[in-house]
Design a binder for this molecule. Structure first.
Ligand SMILES: [Zn+2]
Length: 317
């Protein structure tokens, strides 16, 4: 009885985080003459691998700047890239909703790990009505949660290449320290915004964890996935919030088209003639990093850009 209960609990927690433990027992590749090949879905995960793996790894990131992971379907070229990996790292929590089958297939022969696996079920945001059984996948916007993703990457690299464990562990520790500092910096920066002005309205609901961690009310036109269309009701809900709370600015995202959010602005203009709301000139980075080589091409740079954009827009007189 107890055994079934434990098995049930394990299955339950795996279904929540989309977890796949590091694959003990899977044969390790011979890395004596080459680097470990790591394929990641998002740029945020690739950036962790760069920080923790350094020169020991070769990174291939499937989703480029402005790619939307919710809608992403792997091409046959991607399937080849995944097939050459020693380690596949994905977000989990169904962020990469259309890639489940591909991960399932590869996991039989390649170490395939969801970086969300180290989060506790109690960390996860409860689903919106109509999406029961799923969880908000945008865990990178709570820096403390993203530090757990760093733990998952560290563990996966050590399992793949135990000879270099000391290097991975030392590099992970140094990166965690930078993330601790980033978390502190965000708390300091957002303190510049009045409590009553702390409302972030975006194209899709990517900033829920950010709002919970740093004290904002957050509303997205689309839900936590862009793969479902916004209904008239959600447009009307947002129009009402903006009109009644007299929200001065709303935000577009680099990986989501502006059309939906522009329709909201038009509706506000018609229904609340005395409310002046504008679209922030700077886009927020939600589900993808910026161009490589720019500050926003790294996770820390992306978060800093978003915080600066939100603070400048919401603390303006
Ligand atoms: Zn998203």
């Amino acid at each position: 009885m107890l055994r079934y209960l434990i098995m049930g609990l394990v299955l339950f927690s795996c279904s929540i985080t989309g977890c796949k433990r590091v694959d003990e027992g899977m044969p390790r590749p011979d890395l004596s003459n080459r680097k470990a090949r790591v394929v990641t879905t998002t740029g945020m995960i690739a950036d962790i691998v760069k920080e923790v793996g350094g020169d020991l790894v070769e990174i291939d990131c499937l989703l480029g700047p402005a790619s939307d992971p919710h809608k992403y379907y792997p091409t046959s070229g991607d399937t080849d890239r995944l097939g050459k990996a020693d380690l596949i790292l994905y977000n989990g929590l169904e962020l990469e909703a259309k890639m489940g089958e591909v991960f399932e297939k590869n996991s039989k022969k390649i170490r395939t790990v969801a970086v969300a696996r180290k989060l506790e079920p109690s960390d996860l945001r409860t689903p919106e009505p109509g999406f029961e059984g799923t969880h908000d996948p945008h865990i990178w916007f709570n820096v403390k949660y993203w530090m757990k993703a760093v733990d998952a990457v560290q563990e996966a690299l050590v399992d793949l290449d135990p000879k270099n464990a000391d290097t991975y562990n030392a590099r992970a520790k140094a990166y965690q320290k930078k993330l601790e500092e980033l978390d502190r910096e965000i708390h300091q920066e957002v303190a510049k915004i009045d409590q009553k002005k702390r409302v972030i309205i975006t194209a899709h609901d990517a900033f829920g964890y950010f709002g919970d961690a740093y004290g904002f009310q957050v509303k997205g036109l689309q839900g936590t996935s862009t793969a479902t269309q916004a209904g008239t009701r959600s447009v009307q809900d947002l129009v009402k919030i903006i009109g009644e709370q007299r929200i001065p600015v709303i935000f577009g995202e680099t990986s989501v088209p502006d059309a939906g959010i522009e329709a909201v602005l038009e509706a506000v203009a018609k229904q609340y003639k005395d409310v002046k709301v504008k679209l922030c000139e700077e886009r927020l980075f939600s589900d993808a990093l910026g161009e490589p080589g720019t500050p926003e091409g790294t996770y820390i740079g992306m978060v800093r850009h978003n915080v600066r954009t939100i603070v400048n827009a919401l603390s303006a007189k």
